[in-house]
Ligand binder design. Structure first.
Ligand SMILES: Cc1ncc(COP(=O)(O)O)c(C=O)c1O
Length: 359
């Protein structure tokens, strides 16, 4: 007798994360390996977060605060929102999963882009909903196309701005006109995991100001990127009280662990660390752009902490050759790859090894 699995997972594939440093060290017998594959902060995290964690080391016997009250209060205060408009999660990953569980039933249509964060697709399929794919246009979200894809079966739309992996963005006017055009019984999830890296003036920096006008809006943020707390798994959503009360029904009871809560709270207040990370990222992008130009490689100017580029050959082969030389990047598809910005030293090593392979 064979074991039966849910039909919903038949088409799903496990998420493929960036390769861990230790795996690559072991496989190629290398002493030094750098990882530029998962859009992490190469500076680590705020020293204030580390201090907060140290103070918590003797509290592991207690369950976390399931309500993450102090963290919610601090986020509310920082952005001038009500506590009931905030819900921390175990990374945005968990929130993406919870949103799909909260809103989707079999047969519902969900609109999403083709080249974007893959968890939108997998959680949609997991719920038995029907993905409606609107391809990017010039590697950027096609919101006009998404509007046209709405039917009376549409329940949810996933937006990622700026987008992973392309690093491209759409501006505030485009976002507002999109929100205006979408019936308010359709949930619009607006994932701004990389918002803190954006440099363009026309980006919707304070998208949370739209929450009152568009009660169907859910905004996602994370402490995994510029805050450098990816290992602790903590993110948060902004949404209406009604939406969050319903998401609360599917949320794990202690979804954000104690270390994550105290570290995120401390990190939130460290503007100096954020500024340092932002500048390093901006300079790193310029350095890599200039070298891509010298190498004659096509790339997309990025509003995130990663660059999408064309290796001009099988990206998987370039990925393997770089690994042999101690650099982990992310092959995307065909000849395209994504590299996360590292420290200046890491950026230099990446370029040096890439030149070795390509020239
Ligand atoms: C666009 C986007 N959303 C969400 C996530 C998940 O982030 P977290 O670490 O908070 O789960 C990522 C991670 O790479 C991402 O790129």
């Amino acid at each position: 007798m064979s074991i039966l699995f849910s039909n919903r997972i038949k088409d799903l594939k496990p998420y493929v994360p960036g390769r861990p440093i230790d795996d690559v060290k072991k496989e190629y017998n290398l002493e030094h390996v750098i990882k530029m594959a998962s859009n992490e902060n190469p500076l680590g995290c705020s020293p204030k977060a580390k201090e907060a964690i140290e103070k918590t080391l003797d509290k592991f016997n207690y369950y976390p605060d399931g309500n993450a009250t102090a963290l919610k209060e601090a986020i509310a205060e920082k952005f001038g929102l009500k506590i009931e408009q905030i819900q921390p999660s175990s990374g945005s990953d968990e929130m993406i999963d919870s949103i799909s569980k909260t809103f989707l039933d079999k047969g519902d249509e969900v609109i999403l882009a083709d080249i974007t964060f893959p968890r939108y697709m997998s959680t949609t399929k997991l719920m038995g909903a029907t993905p409606v794919i609107v391809p990017l246009k010039d590697f950027t979200y096609d919101l006009e196309g998404m509007k046209k894809a709405v039917t009376d079966k549409t329940r949810l739309i996933w937006l990622c701005n700026p987008n992973n992996p392309t690093g491209t963005m759409f501006n505030e006017d485009i976002l507002v006109s999109f929100l205006e055009s979408i019936p308010q019984n359709i949930i619009v999830v607006y994932d701004e995991a990389y918002n803190e890296f954006v440099t363009r003036d026309d980006y919707p920096y304070n998208s949370y100001k739209f929450l009152d006008k568009y009660p169907n809006l859910i905004i996602l943020r994370t402490f995994s990127k510029i805050y450098g707390l990816a290992a602790l798994r903590v993110g948060y959503a902004f949404a209406s009280k009604e939406i969050l009360e319903n998401i609360d029904k599917v949320r794990g009871p202690f979804n954000v662990n104690t270390l994550a809560q105290v570290a995120a709270l401390a990190a939130l207040e460290d503007d100096e660390f954020l500024e340092k990370s932002y500048i390093l990222n901006k300079e790193g992008k310029e350095f890599i752009y200039n070298n891509f130009k010298d190498l004659g490689l096509w790339y997309l100017p990025s509003e995130t902490n990663h660059i999408f580029f064309d290796t001009g050959r099988d990206a998987n082969k370039v990925f393997i050759e770089l690994q042999k030389r101690g650099v982990i990047i992310r092959p995307m598809f065909d000849t395209y790859a994504r590299v996360s910005i590292g420290t200046m030293e890491e950026n230099r090593i990446f370029i040096e090894k890439l030149k070795e392979i390509l020239t």
